[in-house]
Design a protein around this ligand. Structure first.
Ligand SMILES: *Cc1c(COP(=O)(O)O)cnc(C)c1O
Length: 386
């Protein structure tokens, strides 16, 4: 056993259950270096750590990202930003989503930067800033075609002029979000970037300084150097999840998350037995089944029922029957002498094989983002290679 395994083992002994997430912090550092190599020294990196750091654990990822070369953090909502401040993280944090006007006081008090796409929110922040004797730093969100949050791109100048009149409010950035950066067809991304550049040009012609300009999520960061502007906003790439299938041709990423478990039961079954809730699986031959102590309450999609597989000693062991709330069954009839206590990979490496969050997502009919961000707090997180 190499020293690294030993550390994992000793960490494992402190866990109170037989399924856990292993987060390789050196992989996150590697991914930051790879991104830095791609974008050059002048573009800032905002590490996007919403949804509990894509399931990895928000505080540890935040610290690793800031130590590893990110300049800012991005979260989806105030709640997440407050968790970071509570943990003593003092760096710039942008709340990417909308907050409600009544949250303005907490936002200013905690020195958070808020995305703004309405005058009403701008006013609430301005008032809170004045009453606290502080400044409200905001980034303007422009909708260039995503059809979600943001100010209509054609009304950007008017909107910015109105915000500029609010006392205590400082516009420190402007951004947009691309709807199709991970798709094969580039034309819609180009359309959005054109819209964005037009709005920026207009603002410049009015002599408005908008601060930090940003547009690129992971896919756009890898694919479109012209979308880098002053800062990129990688989520997926930070965690080593390829933002689109051929991204590895441009950037070398290292996945940081594994989902592991120890088998808790191994039992022989005869041909014809039905397995699990609803009798959805019937054994076609005598075999050996193992029970894995993780289920949909941990974030494993129930859609993996009779579809997915896990890796046992580098071999694929198919999931049989329905995934339950706390456990699921696998067929290990083709793998000799599997015993309770044996560690398996649900996501991650097992001997020479690897099963990715993407493989799981494909089997469940979803995307890797949903798989990792759904992993619940019930799974202990074990940090390795700190
Ligand atoms: C989630 C998010 C990102 C990160 O996207 P990835 O595809 O994970 O890189 C960037 N920007 C915004 C506005 C987001 O909501």
């Amino acid at each position: 056993m190499n020293p690294e395994d030993d550390r994992v083992e000793s960490g494992y002994r402190e866990l109170k259950r037989a399924a856990w997430l292993e987060v390789d912090l050196s992989a996150i550092r590697h991914n930051l270096l790879a991104m830095r190599g791609l974008i050059g020294p002048r573009v800032q990196i905002m590490a996007v750590i919403k949804a509990n750091g894509y399931g990895h654990g928000i505080v540890r990822v935040a610290k690793t990202a800031m130590d590893g070369g990110a300049q800012q953090l991005g979260v989806a909502m105030l709640q997440e930003a407050l968790e970071l401040r509570k943990a003593g993280i003092a760096c710039p944090i942008l709340v990417l989503g909308c907050s409600l006007p009544e949250m303005a006081h907490d936002i200013i008090y905690n020195r958070l930067t808020q995305t703004v796409s309405s005058v009403e929110m701008g006013k609430a922040l301005s008032e809170a800033a004045c009453s606290l004797g502080k400044k409200a730093y905001v980034h303007i969100k422009v909708d260039t075609g995503m059809g979600r949050l943001g100010m209509d791109v054609h009304k950007t100048v008017e909107f910015v002029m109105e915000l500029q009149r609010l006392p205590g409010l400082v516009i420190s950035g402007i951004f947009t979000h691309l709807a199709c950066a991970d798709e094969d067809n580039d034309s819609f991304s180009q359309f959005q970037l054109d819209n964005f550049r037009k709005a920026l040009g207009e603002l410049a012609s009015f002599g408005v300084n908008m601060g930090i300009v940003h547009a690129a999520n992971s896919a756009a960061m890898v694919k479109y150097p012209e979308a880098h502007f002053d800062m990129v906003r990688p989520g997926l790439a930070l965690y080593g999840l390829p933002p689109y299938p051929t991204a590895s041709q441009t950037i070398s990423l290292c996945p940081s998350l594994s989902l592991k478990a120890r088998i808790v039961q191994v039992r022989a079954f005869s041909r014809g037995c039905s397995i699990g809730y609803g009798q959805t699986y019937t054994l076609r031959k005598d075999t050996v089944l193992a029970v894995v102590p993780a289920g949909y309450a941990d974030g494993l999609p129930r859609a993996l029922s009779n579809r997915g597989y896990v890796l046992v000693r580098g071999k694929k062991a198919p999931i049989v029957g329905r995934v339950c709330m706390d456990q699921f069954m696998i067929d290990v009839g083709h793998i000799p002498h599997v015993e309770p206590g044996e560690a398996i990979a649900i996501i991650g490496k097992s001997e020479d094989e690897y099963i990715s969050a993407c493989d799981i997502a494909d089997a469940a009919g979803t995307i890797q983002n949903e798989i990792v961000s759904s992993l619940t707090e019930r799974l202990p997180r074990l940090y390795v290679n700190e």
